[in-house]
Design a binder for this molecule. Structure first.
Ligand code: KG4
Ligand code: ZN
Length: 341
């Protein structure tokens, strides 16, 4: 059978990325041009600057992805692109590039949901993984518990009522002077701290046992720092980082295990930037071993934003006959499935 080759493009936030995916799960190239250093001086992503940088980089990144895969545009069976959720300007850059290629080469355009991409990143390195399973998607913009019933069939079981997990990491990192992006920095510093040093709250959402809330935790950390500063008492930065990280991890693990049990599932799939957090991974490994649950997570490069994951998700959409017209628009608040429980 002829190989299926999909070129994928991702530009929803601060990474300009392109990849070539063969037969759904084999990554032939995965090029990522990150803007992290550019935004670090502002303490977070500046949408207008991000859009401009995507425009500068997109063609170069696509060209490199094709070259590394040793193919040309003529070899492609389709082009997959993130069309939401994300920042509208950045999304439009990738979408326009993808549409131009689809039009010029007369190949199908496959619009992909960014979160669907994050979940699908797990198919790259785990050949045996297939739905159904429970996925915890934890990134800078999202914290979702998703019941993946089949390829492309999702039900949101729980979500954050306020900050996303990654957002909480970034805000706390800024408060304790670590800079942007905070997640990896807190992860590293926590290794030198005591996670039991300070007890920060583990928020439960009153009317839903699967939902998350991180803004109270963030405030508790800020209050702790302020009260130390007011008393002119130095605080131990690594203990604050480790204790905060433990509080986030406990809630993420508890809610996921509870949902898994209630739905009678046996497999957990971690996804998104925060899924590369070492303490979160360790905590899940421990619980999953104890409760005989299979755990999957991607390598760090496939946790944070990349285009390979979009190519994988795009392949499964394509298999189901889902393609889009050239009038496909960016949808900044695109929803994934519907909340049913
Ligand atoms: O998935 P992603 O690249 O972008 C979004 O779709 O949002 O996730 C970025 C987020 C940032 O908030 C970053 O601080 C967090 O993932 N992150 C981490 C780690 N690596 C990245 N958070 C905790 N620990 C990490 N090791
Ligand atoms: Zn993402």
């Amino acid at each position: 059978m002829k190989d299926n080759l999909i070129l994928a493009v991702e530009s929803s936030c601060d990474e300009t990325a392109a990849a070539v995916v063969k037969n759904g799960r084999q990554v032939l190239s995965n090029v990522i041009s990150t803007q992290i250093a550019l935004h670090a001086q502002f303490g977070g992503v500046v949408p207008e600057i991000a859009s401009r940088k995507h425009i500068e980089k997109i063609n170069q990144v696509i060209r490199q992805a094709l070259a590394e895969a040793e193919i040309t545009l003529d070899d492609l069976d389709g082009i997959a692109v993130t069309y939401g959720p994300g920042l509208v300007g950045p999304l439009l850059v990738g979408l326009s590039a993808a549409k131009a290629i689809a039009f010029a080469k007369d190949i199908p355009l496959i619009g992909v949901h960014h979160i669907e991409g994050h979940i699908s990143a797990n198919y790259i390195e785990h050949e045996d993984l297939k739905p159904p399973f429970m996925s915890l998607v934890v990134s800078g913009g999202h914290t979702h518990l998703v019941y993946v019933k089949d390829y492309g069939v999702y039900e949101i079981i729980g979500f954050t009522r306020d900050d996303a997990a990654g957002e909480a990491f970034d805000k706390v990192a800024r408060a304790i002077g670590l800079g942007y992006p905070g997640g990896p920095k807190i992860d590293k510093l926590s290794k030198e701290g005591n996670p039991e040093a300070i007890h920060f709250p583990r928020a439960k959402v009153a009317d839903s046992k699967y939902d998350f809330s991180f803004s109270g935790l963030k405030s508790a950390v800020l209050n702790y720092i302020n009260s130390c500063e007011m008393k002119q008492q130095p605080y131990h930065q690594a203990d604050v980082a480790a204790s905060f990280q433990k509080a986030v991890t406990d809630v993420l693990v508890d809610n996921t295990m509870e949902a898994l049990k209630d739905l009678g599932l046996k497999e957990i799939v971690l996804a998104g930037g925060v899924a590369s957090n070492s303490s979160l991974r360790e905590a899940f490994v421990k619980r999953c071993d104890a409760e005989q649950v299979r755990l999957y997570y991607p390598s760090p490069v496939f946790c944070t934003d990349n285009a390979a994951m979009i190519g994988v998700a795009g392949y499964y959409e394509f298999q189901k006959g889902i393609t889009h017209g050239l009038d496909l628009n960016a949808v900044p608040n695109l929803k994934l499935g519907q909340k049913v429980i």
